[in-house]
Design a protein around this ligand. Sequence first.
Ligand SMILES: Nc1nc(=O)c2c([nH]1)NC[C@@H]1CN(c3ccc(C(=O)N[C@@H](CCC(=O)O)C(=O)O)cc3)C=[N+]21
Ligand SMILES: [Mg+2]
Length: 316
Amino acid sequence: MAERRQERATLLDGARVAEEIKAEVREEVARLEREHGIIPCLVTVLVGDDPASAVYVRNKVNTSIALGLRSEHHALPHETSTEQLLALIAQLNARADVDGILVQLPLPKGVDAMRILEAIDPAKDVDGFHPVNVGRMMLGQTALPPCTPAGIIELLDRYGIAIGGAHACVVGRSNIVGRPVAQLLLQRDATVTICHSRTRDLAALTRQADILIVATGRVALIRGEHIKPGAVVIDVGTNRVTDEETIRALFGERAEERVNALRRRGYTLVGDVHPAEAEKVAGYLTPVPGGVGPLTVAMLMRNTVMAARQRRLRSN
Ligand SMILES: Nc1nc(=O)c2c([nH]1)NC[C@@H]1CN(c3ccc(C(=O)N[C@@H](CCC(=O)O)C(=O)O)cc3)C=[N+]21
Ligand SMILES: [Mg+2]
C-alpha cells in the first residue's frame, strides 16, 4: 500500500519547549542560591531606541526576573561612542557580581560592534559571540554556545528528530545564526550544506534537505517547491510585516487572525518560510512567532546560569 502523507506539517512548539527549559533553569537557579548563595546576574545593554530591539531586551529582562536571576539593564542614547561603551564593558567585566553581559545587536552605525564584542570577558559572553567562544565552538569545546543555534539543536533533540546522518541545509551565513548552527549540526554528524544569497539554484539544494534551517531575514524566500516532502523546516526569520496583502498571500484561509493582529499592533511577525505552502509539504515546521524566538531567550537564561556556575564555582 502506498504511504499516506499527513495533510499538514506538525508544528514544532518552540514556546512550549522554551517553557520546559526555563522551568529547568529556574530550579537550577534556586539550587545555586540554596547550596552556594549565588544569584546569577545578567546585564543587558541597549544602545538607541529601535522599537524591535527594545521589545526583545524587555523580554530578556522580564524572563531573567521570572526565573529568579538578577537583572541589570543599561539603556544608552543613540549617540553613545565606542569608547563610552568600552568603558561600561570594562566595569562590568571587573564586577564579581556580574555573570553575563549581553549587548543587544544591531548597534548604531557609529559604534564599532566587533570591538565591543571582543571587549566582553569570554567567561561572561552569554551570547557566545566573542571570537574565543566562537573558536572553542569550532573545536567542539564550547561552554557558552550562541543562543539561537543552541536552541534549534535543543528543539530537534526534544522532539526526537535525528540529526546524525541527516542532510541539513542551512540558508543564511550570519555570524549569529547561519554559520554557528551549521557548525553545531556538523558536530552532531549531520551532512551540512550552507546556502546564501550567491547560491545558484537554491531550490535544488534545499530540496535535498531532511532538516532545512532558514535564517535570512527575507520574507517568504522559501516556498513549497524548496522543501522535500516530509522534511523538518526550522524558520529563524522574525520579520515585521505591516501590509494586509502580504499577510493574506502568506496565510491563505488562516489569514484572518493575523490581519486582526496587524490591526491591533500595527504589524505581525512572519518568518522566512511561506507558511501556507510549507505546511502542505513539510513534515515538521516551526511557527513564527512561537518557534525559535522563545528558545533563544530560554538558552540565554541557561547560558547565564552556566556562566555563573563556571566562573564562581569553577565547575560545570
Ligand atoms: N546580542 C544579541 N543577542 C541576541 O540574541 C539577539 C540580538 N542581539 N539582536 C536581535 C536578535 C533577535 N533575537 C530574538 C530574540 C527573541 C525573539 C522572540 O522571543 N520572538 C518571539 C516574538 C516576539 C515579538 O512578538 O516580537 C517569537 O518568535 O515568538 C526574537 C528574536 C535575539 N537577538
Ligand atoms: Mg537570534
